[in-house]
Design a protein around this ligand. Structure first.
Ligand code: SAH
Ligand code: F3S
Length: 461
């Protein structure tokens, strides 16, 4: 046999390199890091700085909107050109497009070597080996429960912040959304695994964790993972336990769902100071008619009631959201209802998108007769309002004292340091170069002296 396998490290001078191109959400960002970790553990691979120098190129795809999906195939075309120059190059497609299209990807792009889903990324080393030994493309897009997490190498620490996935999938089936089909239904990681991972991260210097999942407040984790009928704990209990981990100073999470934003969770904001003063809570629309058609499971008043109760406990809490413009049948009155809600709540930074019909979702069958340019006009109006609000919040912070977690050198000027406020704003500040290593990872108080469009300037106190 002359073909060199990846494990055949004798005689392989340089360690192999993997390049991951990530589309979409934070869950995908997280998964992409894990792909590198897992190939590092199995094959000693390291991250490549560019696709050109890689031996393995992976696309971690997103299918939440049509644009992201179309981009994958155009980028794949470019990888094909690289493969023409380097026949040993392995091209893999993972994530939500892979999950939806499966073997159809290999049919459309026969130069693709491996196709894997969000729940089978831990099988990448085996899939690559099988591709090499059989010389046939490999496709594995099943949802093997939560086994993925049992096969991931220990979390890698890069600085004082870290993401920790606590659950996978979504069982809400909003009428416009592909996620339940591509990532499967909600499954929570066992409690002890989550706590062990965060404790380990804290011991290695992590000060802030972001708990990740499509619907973190639907979390129901087994107390005893060896017991199939184990008692389960909810998201609020998880937050309480994470709060008790020494070294963890700040807890963030994304994304939560209004339907499960219980009074118990709201009350936790009164007891747990480590929970940051910021919540990302997707509303999607301010019109009850549209919310019902979206199958979101709440009304605008119910959403506002959550926010009102949260503000009672945390008056300064900053809120961000996701909004879809131009859902089928959205009339001017519906859009106005959304604008009213946005103004009433005073969202900070938010994500807004034009509705994109996703094949296989119930909403894709609805008549969509709002002209495209009208949707675009609405989107621009909405974004201008949200942007103006974010700016006024930043300006109002000037003169205030903020606690920031120092993350590292400033991106703008490496002489400076940068940190983040609780409401997720970057603060750049001057500090003597010699003190940088000591300050990174510290929670410090700074006075905000200037507000820029995407950052703040602070002074150490
Ligand atoms: N709970 C998830 C939501 C995933 S999708 C999370 O963690 O973010 C992210 C956002 O994409 C949704 O909140 C929604 O605003 C938007 N989105 C989903 N499907 C869409 C579609 N078909 N068209 C336009 N935007 C969509
Ligand atoms: Fe999608 Fe709705 Fe779940 S937006 S991820 S189906 S909560």
């Amino acid at each position: 046999m002359t073909e060199k396998t990846l494990t055949d490290r004798a005689g392989t001078p340089a360690p192999k390199k993997v390049f991951v191109r990530t589309f979409g959400c934070q869950m995908n960002e997280y998964d992409s890091d894990k792909m590198v970790d897992i190939l590092n553990a199995s094959h000693g691979m390291t991250a490549a700085a560019s696709a050109e120098e890689a031996d393995v190129i992976l696309f971690n795809t997103c299918s939440v909107r049509e644009k992201a999906q179309a981009k994958v195939f155009s980028d794949l075309g470019r990888a094909r050109e690289l493969k023409a120059l380097k026949p040993d190059l392995i091209i893999g497609v993972g994530g939500c497009v892979a999950s939806q299209e499966g073997a159809a990807i290999v049919q459309r792009a026969p130069y693709v070597d491996v196709v894997f889903g969000p729940q089978t990324l831990h099988r990448l080393p085996a899939l690559i080996e099988a591709r090499r030994s059989t010389n046939k493309p490999q496709v594995d897009i099943r949802f093997p429960e939560i086994e993925k997490f049992d096969h991931l190498p220990p979390a890698r620490v890069e600085g004082p912040t870290a993401f920790v996935s606590i659950m996978e999938g979504c069982s809400k089936y909003c009428s416009f959304c592909v996620v339940p089909y591509t990532r499967g239904t909600e499954i929570s990681r066992p409690l002890e695994d989550v706590i062990a991972e965060i404790s380990e991260l804290a011991a290695e210097g992590v000060r802030e964790v972001t708990l990740l999942g499509q619907n973190v407040n639907a979390y129901l984790g087994a107390l005893d993972k060896t017991e199939p009928e184990s008692e389960k704990v909810d998201f609020t209990t998880l937050l309480e336990l994470v709060s008790e981990i020494d070294g963890i100073e700040r807890i963030r999470y994304t994304t939560s769902h209004p339907k499960e934003f219980s009074q118990r969770l709201i009350d936790a904001y009164g007891r747990l100071p480590k929970l940051v003063d910021h919540v990302h809570l997707p509303v999607q629309s301010g019109s009850d008619r549209i919310l019902a058609a979206m199958k979101r499971g709440y009304t605008a008043i119910e959403y506002k009631s959550i926010i009102r109760r949260l503000r009672k406990v945390r008056p300064n809490i900053s809120l961000s959201t996701d909004i879809i413009i131009g859902f089928p049948g959205e009339a001017e009155t519906d859009f106005r209802a959304t604008m009213r809600l946005v103004e009433e709540i005073g969202f900070d930074t938010s994500f807004s998108f034009i509705y994109s019909a996703r094949p296989g979702t119930p909403a894709a069958d609805l008549a969509d007769d709002t002209p495209k340019d009208l949707k675009l006009k609405r989107l621009q109006e909405l974004q201008a309002t949200i942007e103006a609000n974010a700016t006024s919040i930043s300006k109002a912070m000037v003169g205030s004292i903020q606690t920031i977690l120092v993350e590292g050198p400033s991106r703008k000027d490496p002489q400076d340091l940068q940190g983040r406020t609780e409401n997720n704003r970057v603060v750049n500040f001057a500090a003597q170069a010699a003190s940088h290593p000591r300050l990174i990872g510290e929670m410090l108080e700074v006075k905000i002296v200037q507000a820029y469009p995407h950052s703040l300037r602070g002074e150490l106190i």
